[in-house]
Write a protein that binds this ligand. Structure first.
Ligand code: HEC
Ligand code: HEC
Ligand code: HEC
Ligand code: HEC
Ligand code: HEC
Ligand code: HEC
Ligand code: HEC
Ligand code: HEC
Ligand code: HEC
Ligand code: HEC
Ligand code: HEC
Ligand code: HEC
Length: 302
């Protein structure tokens, strides 16, 4: 560039010098000083200063028709929305624009936020029925829809969605009926507490599953159990348990639950022993335990 400009100046100088006779000397000096100057400044304004970065490409950049933004592209600016959906979006991990049919059109002047924001009814009907039309009172953040805060508002409604547990509790009065749902389900919606948060087990190392199988939690006094629970029975009925365990009788091979299938219920010997003796003898001595003494340790003939 520089060398070209020099050549131009020199050739102009030679031209002027050679025609110096016919030209005015005053003018002769001017072109040397002024004329190349405008030429030089015009060229400088068409140039971008060298220290400014310009991406190469030119017209090529404009050859391709624009494509809709991808989720990742939205995320380049909305990184926090993206990471929330990524970690806790659940089944809302769909394209932003499936929901946001219009965006970047909010205007505080028009006050149109609610108008342009997606509506749940674009895709959902009323999954909990007509009692719950205002979705976002509970699903407060649409990007993480399962994050439903456990607050007083929700606590008032437990029984309207979970009719099973609430009617179980009311139909089977127990100390648990006195507890509100959120006394137990207290950390967040859907949380299942351990019985041991509030109770000691009957015997050491008793597994949680055992508690639940004997005490259905919403009706804990409807106790149900099966053979295999002898040690638990023994926690409260120690004397019987010891007698039964130590007995040489075949009754020590019969589970507590076989004779007492419901808690507190006492069996008839004749439930299992139909014709043990001569009916004449039994007519005389109707109480089996008059002779057999202890159901948990009947005398044995050896
Ligand atoms: C299931 C539908 C749904 C999807 C999918 C969704 N959004 Fe939203 N988004 C909404 C709704 C509804 C609101 C309005 C929330 C409000 O008014 O509080 C919203 C609000 C916003 C807002 C403004 C409020 C805020 O939280 O910052 C931004 C920004 C936004 N969304 C960006 C995105 C981006 C980016 C994606 C994809 C990565 C996306 N959204 C995916 C439904 C959705
Ligand atoms: C180049 C950056 C950029 C990209 C890419 C971008 N946004 Fe935005 N978006 C913004 C800015 C800036 C705002 C206004 C400030 C704010 O709310 O964060 C905004 C606001 C929003 C809002 C709330 C206000 C309104 O007017 O809607 C939504 C919804 C939204 N963007 C959705 C999207 C979606 C969906 C995509 C992808 C299709 C996207 N944005 C891509 C920068 C971007
Ligand atoms: C563009 C459609 C669309 C919109 C708008 C939309 N959702 Fe969804 N939503 C879905 C899809 C798809 C699923 C997946 C389950 C399905 O197929 O029914 C879903 C699932 C959910 C789930 C269960 C999430 C999970 O991980 O199990 C909740 C809760 C939910 N939506 C609430 C809302 C609420 C509240 C709104 C309004 C703020 C809303 N949705 C708006 C499409 C949408
Ligand atoms: C009173 C609070 C409340 C309201 C109002 C509410 N929901 Fe829910 N919704 C919940 C709770 C709690 C869940 C269970 C979330 C979970 O699984 O942890 C839920 C679950 C869902 C699910 C997932 C259902 C499933 O079986 O997987 C969808 C979809 C949903 N809601 C959509 C909606 C829509 C749409 C509306 C508005 C028409 C709405 N909800 C109104 C509290 C509410
Ligand atoms: C708007 C309806 C709605 C309300 C209100 C609601 N839930 Fe739920 N809840 C659901 C849905 C939907 C699920 C997930 C599907 C299911 O397992 O039934 C769920 C799940 C649960 C679960 C886990 C079930 C499991 O099998 O793991 C518990 C526990 C629960 N809710 C307790 C509560 C309690 C306590 C309240 C009141 C503080 C409450 N819910 C309020 C709809 C609701
Ligand atoms: C004394 C504590 C306690 C109270 C009070 C309680 N729950 Fe539960 N709930 C539990 C436990 C523990 C489980 C788990 C039971 C299991 O795994 O067998 C459970 C399970 C559930 C479940 C899921 C299983 C099912 O039965 O559907 C729902 C829903 C539920 N409770 C709702 C409620 C509601 C609604 C209330 C109030 C009306 C309530 N609970 C009161 C402790 C409690
Ligand atoms: C959040 C605390 C809490 C949790 C969790 C809890 N309970 Fe209770 N439960 C109580 C209270 C309070 C009482 C009444 C006072 C007492 O007996 O300690 C009670 C009483 C009981 C009773 C006697 C009921 C009556 O009416 O006399 C049984 C049986 C029982 N719980 C079993 C369980 C079992 C089994 C679990 C687990 C599935 C469980 N509880 C979980 C708080 C709880
Ligand atoms: C084999 C059945 C069985 C198992 C397993 C069992 N229980 Fe019990 N539980 C009972 C019986 C029977 C009672 C006495 C009920 C009565 O007084 O009429 C009882 C009473 C209770 C009571 C009332 C208070 C008391 O001590 O008298 C609580 C609380 C209790 N159980 C909690 C639990 C917990 C927690 C677990 C698990 C660690 C558990 N139970 C396991 C059968 C069982
Ligand atoms: C937590 C303590 C506890 C446990 C565990 C327990 N019981 Fe009991 N049981 C009692 C109490 C208290 C009574 C007396 C009050 C009543 O009838 O509910 C009783 C009563 C009985 C009675 C009736 C006694 C009579 O004189 O009429 C039988 C039978 C019985 N239990 C058997 C069992 C068996 C079998 C098990 C094991 C599956 C068991 N119990 C576990 C506390 C317990
Ligand atoms: C072969 C049947 C049978 C077996 C097995 C059995 N019982 Fe009994 N149990 C009875 C009968 C019958 C009575 C009533 C005795 C009476 O009327 O004096 C009784 C009475 C009781 C009583 C109340 C009277 C008392 O002695 O305290 C308790 C408690 C009891 N059983 C607990 C248990 C336990 C715990 C086990 C297991 C360790 C068990 N039983 C095993 C038949 C059985
Ligand atoms: C749930 C059933 C059941 C009940 C109830 C029951 N028994 Fe038994 N009994 C048995 C079984 C099983 C045997 C062992 C039979 C065998 O192996 O031949 C047995 C054995 C006996 C024996 C023989 C003991 C031995 O070691 O040889 C006597 C005696 C006896 N029972 C008496 C009684 C009396 C008395 C009662 C009432 C207090 C009673 N039984 C209630 C199931 C029961
Ligand atoms: C008058 C006393 C007496 C009465 C009452 C009595 N038993 Fe016995 N029972 C005996 C004697 C004695 C034996 C045999 C002794 C032995 O062989 O151990 C016996 C044996 C048994 C045997 C074991 C039979 C075998 O083949 O091993 C059973 C089972 C039995 N009795 C059940 C009953 C039942 C059930 C009743 C009540 C309906 C009852 N007994 C009433 C005295 C009696």
């Amino acid at each position: 560039m520089r060398s070209k400009r020099k050549i131009l100046c020199h050739s102009l100088a030679i031209l002027f010098i050679s025609s110096a006779v016919s030209c005015l000397p005053a003018n002769a000096a001017e072109p040397q000083g002024k004329q190349p100057a405008p030429a030089a400044s015009a060229q400088q304004s068409a140039k971008v200063p060298a220290d400014r970065k310009i991406t190469p490409g030119g017209a090529e950049l404009y050859a391709k028709a624009p494509e809709p933004l991808t989720v990742a592209q939205c995320a380049q600016c909305h990184s926090s929305v993206f990471s929330k959906i990524k970690s806790d979006g659940g089944r809302h991990q769909i394209h932003c624009q499936d929901c946001h049919q219009q965006f970047h059109s909010y205007s505080p002047v028009k006050n149109n936020w609610n108008e342009i924001m997606p509506k749940c009814s674009q895709c959902h009907t009323e999954p909990h029925g007509p009692k719950f039309p205002n979705c976002m009172t509970c699903h407060v953040i649409p990007h993480t829809p399962l994050n439903v805060p456990l607050n007083d508002l929700l606590a008032k409604e437990c029984g309207n969605c979970h009719t099973g547990p609430s009617s179980e509790l009311t139909q089977n009065p127990s100390a648990h009926t006195q507890q509100g749902c959120t006394a137990c389900h207290h950390t967040k919606h859907g949380n299942i507490p351990s019985c041991m948060e509030c109770h000691e087990p009957h015997i050491p190392d008793q597994p949680l599953e055992a508690c639940k199988s004997c005490h259905p939690v919403h009706r804990p006094l409807q106790i149900a159990y099966e053979p295999g629970s002898e040690a638990t029975c023994g926690a409260c009925h120690e004397k019987v348990y010891k007698t039964w365990t130590a007995s040489p009788s075949k009754h020590s091979g019969v589970a507590c639950a076989k004779c007492h299938p419901k808690h507190g219920q006492l069996p008839q010997c004749t439930n299992c022993h139909t014709q043990p003796h001569d009916p004449k003898m039994l007519a005389k001595f109707p109480r089996c335990l008059d002779c057999h003494i202890d159901a948990h340790n009947p005398p044995v003939n050896k």
